[in-house]
Structure formats: structure tokens, C-alpha cells
Ligand binder design. Structure first.
Ligand SMILES: Nc1ncnc2c1ncn2[C@@H]1O[C@H](COP(=O)(O)OP(=O)(O)OP(=O)(O)O)[C@@H](O)[C@H]1O
Length: 446
């Protein structure tokens, strides 16, 4: 089947007729979204792709679409259709993996020759080598999660930039790590930068580094994040929080693969793969002009959208089991049982904080519970005591440790600092209790 992508209705129709008369099966679509749907679901033998969609005359959109197609179907030939005067764009397309290009208006015989040549050559390439994909630590088997994993499995070994979208706590960082782990850069650094935590004034020194004396307060040389990530992957979390000034600076590095350390004007080369994450609606931000369109295209060759936990309740029991087992392992406790009633209850909660919130609930309940079998009542008692403001839920690590420390203290006081009885009441071994007390700096005796 041949796929024709053009936003001009008349062109779609005449190409379709031409190709059908020549005996080919043809599907035609008007835009990038529909085109990718067809490419992902049915693997066309060939694509005829218009490069000049009316919305973005620069050709960026057509080029992006071409690159996306090549990632999903590296062996599928794509013939570009360009208007006269946009030959440089076609050349860029060839560099990005297009088979060939034809210029509009075309000569019918010429089009058919191109099509035949592309199909003949592609016929000699059979399939793609599928590599094993390491998804370790990513729990869940819902169709929506599997779709994300399928996407990143395909893109991991390329250098394509990936934008991971999703609410807080849905596992964006985990996915970014999996992309790196499964890439050819796996042995090189994975550097995470939380752009939400970097002020506009510190952006350059943080990302590019500085020389001693470059500005007041620069008391020593500092290596920037780009240099640290050289050869590997840089993960830019909360990319939607980046102000417009810093966006320009980031774009320059991504386009030119060079940057300058503050206080040293020599440009330095850098080889990085970029993975970004956001919980903001970047499409809307582009429309509102608070996020640069050119940067958006740079970071977003491939988008992976992580579903909220409430949209994949079938993953909840698997996650609960995983977090409970992980907790028991870390405390060297035997595995605990979680009843089906408890699972049903946990599957019914709203989870504004997504997987991070679920993990929190499971761990807290096990810390406080100190039993072998957990049913609905255990989780319900604890859940009802929790503050249900998602902002509070997200501060997981400190809060969890606070609860743990307080629980241990309470039990020690209650059992008069008798270690055996306190450990038994907490459902942990004496050694674990000692370790926890050391960790929290709690004295053995008072
Ligand atoms: N599919 C999963 N399987 C197991 N654990 C998961 C899964 N998804 C997320 N987690 C766990 O949930 C917590 C939150 O995940 P992560 O930090 O990746 O989310 P995030 O979307 O990057 O959050 P934020 O937007 O707040 O930065 C982590 O402890 C992570 O290990």
C-alpha cells in the first residue's frame, strides 16, 4: 500500500487516481497526525509526502514528520514532494533519510518511475532487527503504558529527541532513564536537570559552566551540565518552566552542538541526546507564544504521553505488589499478603499524585501496619489520615522518613526501649530496627 500525505485535496485525489490506475493500492491523508497513525498501524510500502503544509511554510513540520516516520519504519522509503524553489529543503530531507524527491507540478510518468524505483529497492530490504528491550523497574501491563513502551523501544537506539508528557508522578523520569539504558549511549552519562529549580540568572552557569572570576561570586571553575553529559543523554525535566530568554540559549546548543563556558569565549563541541519532560501543555504554550515553536520542534521529534494512573487502574494491583515487595526487601522482611478487598479499595482511589502517591500509600501502610496480611481496613485507615492535597503528596521522601522516624520513636517509648518487643511491634527484625535507628540518629537508651 502507498500512503499519500498532502493537505491539498486536489493533489491527494489526482495522485490517488494516478497510482490506482497503475495498479497500486493507495491510502491518502491530509495531515501529520493521520499519517503517523497509518504508518504505525499498517506499515505502508512507500510514502509520498508533501513538504509544504500550509500551517508551517518553513517545511519544519514536513521534515519532522519524515524523521518520525523513519524512526518507526526505518526501511520504508519516503518520496518528498516539494514546490519549486524549495530544493534546499528537499536536500535536507534526503539527509534525514528520504529516498528521493519530486517537485510540483509533476509529470505523471516521472512520478510513476520514482515510485517503481523506490519499491524495487525497498523490496530487497527485509525487516528490521529487533533488539531486546530492557524495561526493568517499569511495572504495568495496561495498553496505554505498553504503547509508550513500544514507542520508546523503537526510538531508544536512535539519537532522536524525545518529549515525555504526563502528570506529576506518572513515571516520566523512569521512562527517560529507560530510553538512555536502551540506547547506544548507555555506557555514557545520564544527566538530569530540573529546569523548574534553576532561576533565569543561573541558567547559563548551571548549563554551560563558568570560569573562576567570570562574575561576582564565581570563586572557582565550574563544569556545566552539558559538559557533564557529553557523549551521553541530558534529561531536561520541567522544560515548560524555562523562560523565553533561556529557551533561546538552549536552542542554540541544540542546533549548533556547541556552547561557551561563561568567562571563556572558545566554543566547545558537545555530543548529547536530549530527552525532555513536562506536565505542561506545550502545544498550548506554543500557541500562546510562551514557548518557542522552533525549540518545540527540536526537542519533540517523538512524543511519549504517559497516562495518568486513574486511566489505567488495571496496573494498580501490579504496582501495589511491586511496592510492597520492594519495601519488604529493603527491610529484610518476608513478603506480606495483600487481600483482594484491599486491592479493590486501592484501585478505587483517585490518585491526583499518580504512581508516586500510590507508592507512598503502600509504604506508609506497611510501616505503620506491622502485620503479615493487609486488608482494606489497613489501607483505608491510613488513607483517611493523609492530607489529600497533591502538592503535599509529592514531597514523598522526607515525609515518608518523618513518618517512619516518628513511628519508631512511638513504639520505643511504648515498649520502654525494649528492642525485641519494639521490633516485633513494628514487624521488623531487631537488626533492621538497629539499622533504622542508626539511620535516624535515635539513641538506643534514654
Ligand atoms: N511504571 C512504574 N513502575 C514502577 N514504579 C513507577 C512506575 N512509574 C513511576 N514509578 C515510581 O513512581 C515515582 C514517581 O515516578 P517519576 O519520578 O518517574 O515520575 P515523574 O512523572 O517524573 O514525576 P514528576 O513530574 O513529579 O517529576 C518514582 O518513585 C518511580 O520509581
Amino acid at each position: 500500500m502507498i500512503l499519500v500525505v498532502d493537505d491539498d485535496n486536489a493533489i491527494r485525489l489526482s495522485l490517488k487516481m494516478l497510482l490506482q490506475r497503475a495498479g497500486y493500492e493507495v491510502v491518502s491523508v491530509a495531515g501529520p497526525v493521520e499519517a503517523m497513525d497509518v504508518v504505525r498501524s499498517t506499515a505502508p510500502q512507500l510514502v509520498l509526502l508533501d513538504m509544504n503544509f500550509s500551517r508551517a511554510t518553513s517545511g519544519d513540520e514536513g521534515l519532522t514528520l519524515l524523521k518520525q516516520m523513519k524512526i518507526f519504519r526505518p526501511d520504508m522509503p519516503v518520496i518528498l514532494m516539494t514546490a519549486w524553489g524549495s530544493i534546499p529543503l528537499a536536500v535536507e530531507g534526503i539527509h534525514a533519510g528520504a529516498f528521493d524527491f519530486i517537485t510540483k507540478p509533476w509529470d505523471n510518468r516521472n512520478v510513476l518511475e520514482h515510485v517503481k524505483a523506490a519499491l524495487d529497492i525497498a523490496g530487497h530490504n527485509d525487516g528490521v532487527v529487533t533488539k531486546e528491550f530492557d524495561r526493568s523497574g517499569i511495572i504495568g501491563d495496561s495498553p496505554s503504558l505498553n504503547k509508550v513502551l513500544d514507542t520508546i523501544r523503537r526510538v531508544a537506539r536512535t539519537d532522536a529527541s524525545v518529549l515525555i508528557m504526563g502528570e506529576n508522578g506518572t513515571g516520566k523520569e523512569l521512562i527517560a532513564e529507560a530510553i538512555h539504558r536502551n540506547s547506544l549511549r548507555a555506557g555514557k552519562p545520564f544527566v538530569k536537570v530540573n529546569l523548574g529549580g534553576i532561576s533565569q540568572s543561573l541558567f547559563e552557569s548551571e548549563m554551560f559552566g563558568h570560569k573562576k572570576g567570570a562574575f561576582t561570586g564565581a570563586v572557582a571553575d565550574r563544569t556545566g551540565r552539558f559538559a557533564l553529559a557529553d557523549g551521553g543523554t541530558i534529561f531536561l525535566d520541567e522544560i515548560g518552566d524555562l523562560d523565553l530568554g533561556s529557551q533561546v540559549k538552549l536552542l542554540r546548543v541544540l542546533q549548533e552542538h556547541t556552547f561557551e563556558v561563561l568567562g571563556d569565549s572558545r566554543p566547545r563541541k558537545v555530543d548529547i541526546r536530549v530527552v525532555c519532560a513536562t506536565n505542561a501543555d506545550l502545544n498550548k504554550m506554543v500557541a500562546d507564544r510562551t514557548f518557542r515553536e522552533d525549540l518545540f520542534y527540536r526537542i519533540n521529534l517523538i512524543t511519549a504521553v504517559l497516562p495518568a494512573l486513574r486511566e489505567r487502574p488495571e496496573d494498580i494491583p501490579l504496582l501495589v505488589r511491586h511496592f510492597a515487595d520492594e519495601y519488604c526487601r529493603s527491610c529484610r522482611l518476608p513478603k506480606v499478603e495483600i487481600t483482594s478487598g484491599a486491592m479493590a479499595y486501592l484501585a478505587s482511589l483517585p490518585y491526583p499524585g499518580n504512581i508516586r502517591e500510590l507508592k507512598n500509600i503502600v509504604e506508609r501502610t506497611l510501616i505503620v501496619g506491622g502485620t503479615d496480611v493487609y486488608d482494606r481496613r489497613h489501607f483505608e485507615e491510613l488513607y483517611l489520615q493523609l492530607p489529600h492535597d497533591p502538592a503535599v503528596q509529592l514531597q514523598s521522601s522526607e515525609k515518608l522518613e518523618d513518618v517512619e522516624r516518628r513511628t519508631i520513636m512511638n513504639m520505643l517509648v511504648k515498649h520502654n526501649y525494649n528492642m525485641s518487643r519494639t521490633a516485633a511491634a513494628l514487624g521488623i527484625s531487631r537488626q533492621t530496627l538497629y539499622r533504622r535507628m542508626d539511620k535516624f540518629g535515635i539513641d538506643y537508651e534514654v
